[in-house]
Design a protein around this ligand. Structure first.
Ligand SMILES: [Fe+2]
Length: 188
Protein backbone atom coordinates (compact mmCIF):
# COMPACT_ATOMS: atom_id res chain seq x y z
CA UNK A 1 0.00 0.00 0.00
CA UNK A 2 1.43 3.31 -1.04
CA UNK A 3 1.43 6.26 1.30
CA UNK A 4 -0.16 9.57 0.34
CA UNK A 5 1.09 13.02 1.20
CA UNK A 6 -1.10 14.30 4.02
CA UNK A 7 -3.24 17.31 3.19
CA UNK A 8 -2.43 20.53 5.01
CA UNK A 9 -5.10 21.38 7.59
CA UNK A 10 -5.03 25.05 6.45
CA UNK A 11 -4.42 27.18 3.37
CA UNK A 12 -0.92 28.00 2.14
CA UNK A 13 -1.14 31.57 3.45
CA UNK A 14 -2.53 30.59 6.87
CA UNK A 15 0.81 30.92 8.67
CA UNK A 16 1.80 34.31 7.30
CA UNK A 17 3.60 36.47 8.28
CA UNK A 18 5.68 33.80 10.10
CA UNK A 19 5.82 31.45 7.15
CA UNK A 20 5.10 32.70 3.65
CA UNK A 21 2.68 30.89 1.37
CA UNK A 22 5.58 30.23 -0.98
CA UNK A 23 7.69 28.64 1.79
CA UNK A 24 4.80 26.54 3.06
CA UNK A 25 3.88 25.37 -0.43
CA UNK A 26 7.48 24.44 -1.18
CA UNK A 27 7.99 22.74 2.17
CA UNK A 28 4.80 20.67 1.91
CA UNK A 29 4.33 20.09 -1.82
CA UNK A 30 7.97 19.50 -2.73
CA UNK A 31 9.98 18.70 0.40
CA UNK A 32 7.45 16.53 2.26
CA UNK A 33 6.16 15.01 -1.01
CA UNK A 34 9.69 13.90 -1.90
CA UNK A 35 9.94 11.83 1.30
CA UNK A 36 6.58 10.18 0.59
CA UNK A 37 7.58 9.39 -3.01
CA UNK A 38 10.94 7.96 -1.99
CA UNK A 39 9.36 5.87 0.77
CA UNK A 40 6.86 4.41 -1.72
CA UNK A 41 9.74 3.62 -4.06
CA UNK A 42 11.79 1.91 -1.34
CA UNK A 43 9.02 -0.14 0.30
CA UNK A 44 8.44 -2.94 -2.25
CA UNK A 45 10.67 -5.85 -1.26
CA UNK A 46 11.91 -4.12 1.90
CA UNK A 47 9.99 -6.38 4.27
CA UNK A 48 8.17 -3.37 5.73
CA UNK A 49 5.20 -3.47 3.37
CA UNK A 50 1.82 -3.54 5.03
CA UNK A 51 3.00 -1.86 8.23
CA UNK A 52 1.69 1.49 9.42
CA UNK A 53 3.97 4.48 9.01
CA UNK A 54 4.85 4.54 12.71
CA UNK A 55 5.54 0.80 12.65
CA UNK A 56 7.87 1.29 9.68
CA UNK A 57 9.75 4.05 11.52
CA UNK A 58 10.30 1.78 14.51
CA UNK A 59 11.01 -1.41 12.55
CA UNK A 60 13.46 0.16 10.10
CA UNK A 61 15.52 1.99 12.72
CA UNK A 62 19.06 0.59 12.66
CA UNK A 63 18.09 -1.89 9.94
CA UNK A 64 17.30 0.06 6.80
CA UNK A 65 18.61 3.62 6.88
CA UNK A 66 16.99 4.75 3.63
CA UNK A 67 13.53 3.50 4.61
CA UNK A 68 13.96 4.93 8.11
CA UNK A 69 15.00 8.36 6.83
CA UNK A 70 12.07 8.74 4.50
CA UNK A 71 9.45 7.14 6.75
CA UNK A 72 10.75 9.18 9.70
CA UNK A 73 10.56 12.43 7.79
CA UNK A 74 7.05 11.63 6.54
CA UNK A 75 5.99 10.79 10.10
CA UNK A 76 7.63 13.90 11.57
CA UNK A 77 6.00 16.22 9.05
CA UNK A 78 2.59 14.56 9.54
CA UNK A 79 2.89 15.50 13.20
CA UNK A 80 4.41 18.88 12.48
CA UNK A 81 1.72 20.44 10.24
CA UNK A 82 -1.22 20.08 12.66
CA UNK A 83 0.84 21.64 15.46
CA UNK A 84 0.48 24.97 13.67
CA UNK A 85 -2.63 26.92 12.80
CA UNK A 86 -3.82 30.27 11.53
CA UNK A 87 -3.59 32.80 14.34
CA UNK A 88 -1.39 30.50 16.43
CA UNK A 89 1.99 31.28 17.91
CA UNK A 90 2.84 33.88 20.51
CA UNK A 91 2.15 32.88 24.06
CA UNK A 92 -1.15 31.22 23.21
CA UNK A 93 -0.15 27.93 24.77
CA UNK A 94 -2.87 25.95 26.56
CA UNK A 95 -2.88 26.83 30.26
CA UNK A 96 -2.00 23.31 31.37
CA UNK A 97 1.10 23.30 29.13
CA UNK A 98 2.02 26.82 30.19
CA UNK A 99 1.92 25.74 33.83
CA UNK A 100 4.38 22.93 33.04
CA UNK A 101 6.60 25.33 31.08
CA UNK A 102 6.66 27.63 34.11
CA UNK A 103 7.44 24.72 36.44
CA UNK A 104 10.06 22.89 34.36
CA UNK A 105 11.59 25.42 31.98
CA UNK A 106 11.59 28.69 33.91
CA UNK A 107 8.70 30.33 32.07
CA UNK A 108 7.63 30.92 28.49
CA UNK A 109 10.38 33.38 27.55
CA UNK A 110 13.14 31.04 28.72
CA UNK A 111 11.47 28.12 26.96
CA UNK A 112 11.20 30.14 23.73
CA UNK A 113 14.87 31.09 23.97
CA UNK A 114 15.92 27.45 24.56
CA UNK A 115 13.71 26.22 21.71
CA UNK A 116 15.11 28.73 19.22
CA UNK A 117 18.66 28.02 20.39
CA UNK A 118 18.11 24.28 19.87
CA UNK A 119 16.96 25.02 16.31
CA UNK A 120 19.86 27.33 15.59
CA UNK A 121 22.43 24.85 16.88
CA UNK A 122 21.00 21.81 15.06
CA UNK A 123 23.68 21.40 12.40
CA UNK A 124 22.24 20.70 8.96
CA UNK A 125 18.81 19.12 8.87
CA UNK A 126 16.97 18.04 11.96
CA UNK A 127 14.30 18.69 14.50
CA UNK A 128 13.98 20.15 17.93
CA UNK A 129 11.28 19.15 20.30
CA UNK A 130 9.37 20.10 23.37
CA UNK A 131 8.99 16.75 25.02
CA UNK A 132 7.63 15.15 28.16
CA UNK A 133 9.79 12.60 29.93
CA UNK A 134 9.12 11.15 33.35
CA UNK A 135 6.51 13.83 33.88
CA UNK A 136 8.91 16.66 33.14
CA UNK A 137 9.06 18.95 30.10
CA UNK A 138 12.35 19.36 28.25
CA UNK A 139 13.68 20.91 25.06
CA UNK A 140 15.78 18.56 22.95
CA UNK A 141 16.84 18.06 19.34
CA UNK A 142 17.47 15.21 16.94
CA UNK A 143 19.34 14.97 13.64
CA UNK A 144 17.77 14.27 10.25
CA UNK A 145 14.74 11.99 10.33
CA UNK A 146 15.10 10.76 13.86
CA UNK A 147 11.80 10.70 15.63
CA UNK A 148 11.32 10.44 19.34
CA UNK A 149 9.22 7.31 18.75
CA UNK A 150 12.29 5.49 17.44
CA UNK A 151 13.92 5.84 20.84
CA UNK A 152 11.71 3.06 22.12
CA UNK A 153 13.33 0.54 19.82
CA UNK A 154 16.94 1.69 19.65
CA UNK A 155 19.38 0.03 21.94
CA UNK A 156 20.97 1.84 23.57
CA UNK A 157 18.77 4.88 22.97
CA UNK A 158 20.61 7.99 21.77
CA UNK A 159 21.58 10.08 24.79
CA UNK A 160 20.28 13.22 23.12
CA UNK A 161 16.78 11.84 23.14
CA UNK A 162 16.44 9.48 26.04
CA UNK A 163 18.53 9.78 29.14
CA UNK A 164 17.85 6.36 30.54
CA UNK A 165 17.06 3.13 28.67
CA UNK A 166 13.39 2.32 28.49
CA UNK A 167 12.21 5.83 29.18
CA UNK A 168 10.34 7.66 26.50
CA UNK A 169 10.05 11.26 25.55
CA UNK A 170 6.66 12.21 24.19
CA UNK A 171 6.80 15.02 21.65
CA UNK A 172 4.31 17.84 21.94
CA UNK A 173 5.90 20.52 19.81
CA UNK A 174 8.49 20.47 17.07
CA UNK A 175 10.59 22.64 14.85
CA UNK A 176 11.83 21.52 11.45
CA UNK A 177 15.30 22.80 10.64
CA UNK A 178 16.08 22.23 7.00
CA UNK A 179 19.65 22.95 5.98
CA UNK A 180 19.54 25.94 8.29
CA UNK A 181 17.42 27.72 5.67
CA UNK A 182 14.05 27.36 7.25
CA UNK A 183 13.16 27.49 10.86
CA UNK A 184 9.65 27.28 12.03
CA UNK A 185 8.24 27.33 15.46
CA UNK A 186 5.09 25.34 15.82
CA UNK A 187 2.76 26.53 18.47
CA UNK A 188 -0.64 25.08 19.10
FE1 LIG B 1 10.75 19.88 6.83
Amino acid sequence: MAFDLMKLPYSYDALEPYMSAETLQYHHDKHHQAYVDMLNKLLPGSGFEGLSLEEIVKASYGKNQAVFNNAGQDFNHNNFWPWMKKGGGGKKVPGSVLALIDRDLGGFDKFREAFIEAGKTQFGSGWCWLTMKDGKLAVTKTPTAFHIAAATVSSPPPAAVVNSPGSLRIPSMALSAYRNAERMMAAA
